[in-house]
Ligand binder design. Sequence first.
Ligand code: ATP
Length: 891
Amino acid sequence: MKWYSHEIADVLEELAADPSMGLSEEEAAGRLATWGRNELPEAKNDSPIVKFFKHFHDVLIYVLLVAAVITFILQHYIDTGVILAVVVINAAIGFIQENRAEKALEGIRKMLSVKAVVLRSGKRTSIQAADLVPGDIAYLRAGDKVPADLRLFDAVNLQIEESSLTGESDAVEKKTALLPEETVLGDRANMAFAGTAVASGAGAGVVVATGAETELGKISSALAAVEKLQTPLLKQTAAFGKLVSMIIVLSAVALFLIGYWLHDYATGELLLAIIGLTVAMIPEGLPAILSIILALGVQTMAGKNAIVRNLPSVETLGAVTVICSDKTGTLTKNEMTVKSVILESEEFDVGGVGYSPEGAIQKNGRNVSVQDQPMLERFLICVKTLNDSHLYKEGDSWKVSGGATEGCLLTLAEKADKEIEIYPLASKIPFDSSYKYMAALVREGSQKWIYVKGAPERLLEMIPSAERGYWEEKILDHAVRGERLLAAAVKPVPSGVESIGHSDLQSGFTLLGMVGIIDPPRDEVIESIAQCKTAGIRVKMITGDHKETAVAIGSKLGIGVGLKAIEGRELETMDDEALAQAVNDFDIFARTSPADKLRLVEALQKQGHICAMTGDGVNDAPALKRADIGIAMGIKGTEVSKEAAEMVLVDDNFNTIVNAVKEGRRVYDNLKKTILFILPTNVSEGMLIFVSILLGATIPLTPVQILWVNMITAVTISLAIAFEKLEPGTMERPPRKAGSRLLSGYSMFRIAFVSILICGGILWMNTVFTARNYDAGTLQTMTLQALVLSQLFYLFNCRNESRFALNRDFFSNKAAFFVSGLLIIIQLGVTYVPFMNVILATEPIGLSNWIWPLLIGLSVFILVEIEKWIVNRVMGNRLERKSEKGDKGGR
Ligand code: ATP
């Protein structure tokens, strides 16, 4: 049926819908069973088998497969088997991990599922958009995603952005009138389509199509595939993997030639050694472990009220250098209370706290009667009439639905000693933070008025300039106390006027009065802002409120103390250079509009900042998209803003942002520690074989033994680092530079240093025991244990990057001890269980033969700690000298 070309009455009848009552719950449930859920069919993902085999598509795996083929030709079947087993286990770990990460992200996306406001059994309720059925009556507001295809029967200044459907990025004006049958999709003004976004205004309609039946469902039979799980860091490691395999191939060829020409190795033995070298140098477990750490990070953050929508954001969070935050509700409690009412001739104080209508309107400590105060009554009528929120009692506490700013005005009206009237609205301009007022055409008996309420500065522009002086004084007076100000004004219009627009709000108004509202800062935020300061992160407050109000709140929170604030309109006239200066000089941006946010983000990014920006409205979306980390509000945020954001705050709280940054830093540190931990194993094994061949000595380990060491350390002890807690001092150092190299010069030094220690120790041990005529099996077993024990000890070095390992937090990571215990048991098994002896060519060794492996491990631990100490001293001295120089230069 072509819904747009039928009268709304016919549409309603056809769908058995009732615009005054909506569907009953039973009816809706029945229809849901017939029509199915309002969801687009899921994208066809690769089958599990294809996904599994995709994990074989990796240069390093190809190298291992070639090694398997060569060992097979040489008839070393155990080696072939073990190499293949490693390849398969590796793919399996990758596969399971990918699945888990996808599931976690999917679950998180579900938490963000779209809501829809519908009429059910006569009551407006918010339901999951997926539960909508044809015949439902649904409401639209600015910032909503249209939840299904609707035939509109009510549209007030309703503008919808339909680019997802038509490609047209300008919002289109919606009307309810009938349209001819040949109207094309883009011109169907009486329809709202699923997946498009309400740019402004409000409306209502009846659901005519859901799920795959919607226009969006028809054009996109499948949703875009699940996002790629690549992150900058994982990309860096993939590139690193390619580099490693190049090095491996080159050194393998070189080694073969050296071994063949210089020493008289048999070809078979030499090939086996080369294969040993190859498998030794490949960090088989690394990619899987890195993505496990990232996925665990996403889960931890979700547990702390920060929903991160993709893996790369976890890394970016750790590098954030500036957080731009909204004030209301994020830095403050969003518990608004009117404290004062200011009229043309007098001021009143208002008692009570919160939304409970207890307390009274007073003058000089005495309750006033609205009866005696006609101007006060008129003001209250105006703010109660121009109000979309709802005040109600739940248990013992009073709550508001809708905006807090409007809710507190209802409470104010309830505090009057008589019931305040409301008048019917004929036409309405909803509030928007870009123009900062709300207006309506109101019928009061036979007279018509335009009522407007909003930011005082905006309303002052609508009254004669001679009257402004008094109000400007009052605004300043109350703003410096940190009060949020809101004014109301009226203007009579001829009775013939049926609708109003912005052009009717230019002049001719009389200001009725203002209210001063307090919204206390969140206590916990003060501390987290102080923490940001020590962590080298700048916090900027971006608010629509008055400058003085913002400065007063800022000084309570510790934002912009000692600095001035700047207003949105001043930013507008600035060129790029002046703006760059301004974003450096100011921390408080007042009277801003959403468009200013975008300019601020861009200016900050141009100066190399990694910028996190909060937002909740539709017009915040561009700034959220542009920011490195766009942060949407879970409670008061619109669907459109949530979709544009990388992170959603479940509790709208600034604290949650700081916690997420902390977690981001922890995760990044742990990724680095993991790499620092794993690589020396590979390098030292490679060195061992390389040096042995150069010297023409026996090869100290078989390929199978090498694979064993790599795999067993990867799946046990290296996982422990993922659970490493935040190091003290992490929030006292400046943010990491974005795009900085994964392995710093120091990290490379550390890897080389540890590799040389391990390799040197083992070579020494081998020389000593070869001289004592130990057999190859025993020697290889000792070498194997020395490698594993060195890693085990080195784990405890790596848990802290530069801090002494034996510190107060030594026992804080239980996982480290659990996996260490596990590893020791497994290693005992390898040494003393007969069938393991067969597979790994090991031999049971006597107790005294454990001494050398243990000593090698212990000395690695001690020497690395000494190295840390020396480096700390040298670096410390250098920093001191630098800061001394800086001080002198600065003064
Ligand atoms: P934030 O600090 O999070 O940016 P804000 O509340 O400071 O939010 P806006 O919501 O844009 O910023 O409000 C700006 C000004 O608009 C307020 O100071 C107030 O005077 C006025 N205002 C806010 N809400 C309404 C409303 N519902 N109706 C009329 N005026 C409003």
